[in-house]
Design a protein around this ligand. Structure first.
Ligand SMILES: Cc1ncc(COP(=O)(O)O)c(C=O)c1O
Length: 306
């Protein structure tokens, strides 16, 4: 773990080692919390958070969905991301993890009267699926775990409880020798990765499933915007695992995973088995945006003044 100096807890900057909770913290037992995964990049004008507004909005939407009343208002939490990065000393790219959780004070499943807490941590974190993965692509398998069905859980929320599924799918994939898992929805269509949305390229068209069975991904939206700029034809429709096998290219998008090519699925090599030309173009455009090299999208960046 790349420790930093401070973690923001309920309005206070706390030294990293002191940022602790009680063992009877409600979320530890029943799993209800909401969080974000946000990145800040070292641009030519210094560290900048990518799409802070979008991430904060999704955090508060997630809280609404799982019936948690945040203890701190939207603007204060948004600004706390900036305050935290100003207080810490980072020389690399940074991952930010805000979490609104149910704290200490009352046990039992009914959560309405449990105190709510908010924290934000930030630490230096490189490529989630490896620097090599960004260039050469990763191996994937179809998970035996179905993506959380909409009848049981809330897929529009980035809720901690949703990640038991992702964690089990990721565990199974890694233990079986793959880098990542693709989960199917209840109808057998590709839903999402354990922390990413899925794209394929077929005959020059870019295809990504609708968000009915995936998180409304902020990276996916950025890539779709960039594809539009490039005049790439985009389709939002269901895809099956065998369509991925025969696709020309496949890649995953996520704040952590960025734009990561998929080299194979279930031992079927996809296209050339490496990063395809459309993936490369979109990946390069994505990095231009997050590193502040594309003025058209600079409004997505929140620069940290030191
Ligand atoms: C399950 C899941 N799907 C998709 C994504 C991609 O979302 P985003 O691009 O907003 O990070 C994530 C990551 O947050 C995720 O955890």
């Amino acid at each position: 773990m790349n420790e930093a100096q401070y973690i923001w807890m309920d309005g206070t900057l706390v030294p990293w080692a002191d940022a602790k909770v009680h063992v009877l913290t409600h979320t530890l037992h029943y799993g209800n919390a909401v969080f974000e995964g946000t990145r800040a990049y070292q641009t030519q004008k210094g560290l900048a958070i990518f799409k802070l507004e979008e991430h904060t909005k999704r955090l508060y939407n997630s809280a609404k969905i799982v019936a948690i009343e945040p203890n701190i208002d939207y603007e204060s939490v948004k600004n706390a991301h900036i305050e935290l990065l100003e207080a810490n000393h980072f020389s690399q790219n940074v991952y930010l993890r805000p979490l609104i959780y149910l704290g200490y004070g009352q046990m039992g499943i009914y959560h309405k009267k449990v105190p709510v807490n908010t924290m934000i941590a930030a630490w230096e974190w490189g490529a989630y699926l490896g620097a090599d993965g960004l260039e050469k692509g990763i191996t994937t398998c179809t998970s035996s775990i179905t993506r959380n069905p909409n009848r049981s859980t809330f897929g529009k929320a980035k809720a901690a409880a949703n990640y038991l599924n992702s964690q089990m799918a990721k565990y199974e994939a890694i233990e079986n020798g793959f880098d990542e898992a693709l989960m199917l929805d209840e109808n057998g269509f590709i839903a999402e990765g354990t922390g990413e949305c899925v794209f394929i390229v077929r005959d020059g068209k870019l295809i990504s499933p609708p968000n009915d069975n995936s998180l409304e991904s902020i990276t996916q939206a950025t890539v779709l915007e960039l594809a539009k700029d490039m005049g790439i034809v985009v389709e939002r429709r269901n895809i099956t695992r065998d369509e991925v096998y025969i696709a020309d290219e496949c890649f995953l998008t996520g704040t952590a995973a960025e734009v990561t090519p998929v080299a194979s699925l279930d031992h079927r090599v996809i296209g050339s088995g490496s990063r395809g030309p459309v993936t490369e173009k979109l990946q390069s455009a994505y990095f231009d945006v997050v590193y502040g090299r594309n003025p058209k999208y600079e409004h997505y960046l929140t620069y940290i003044q030191k």
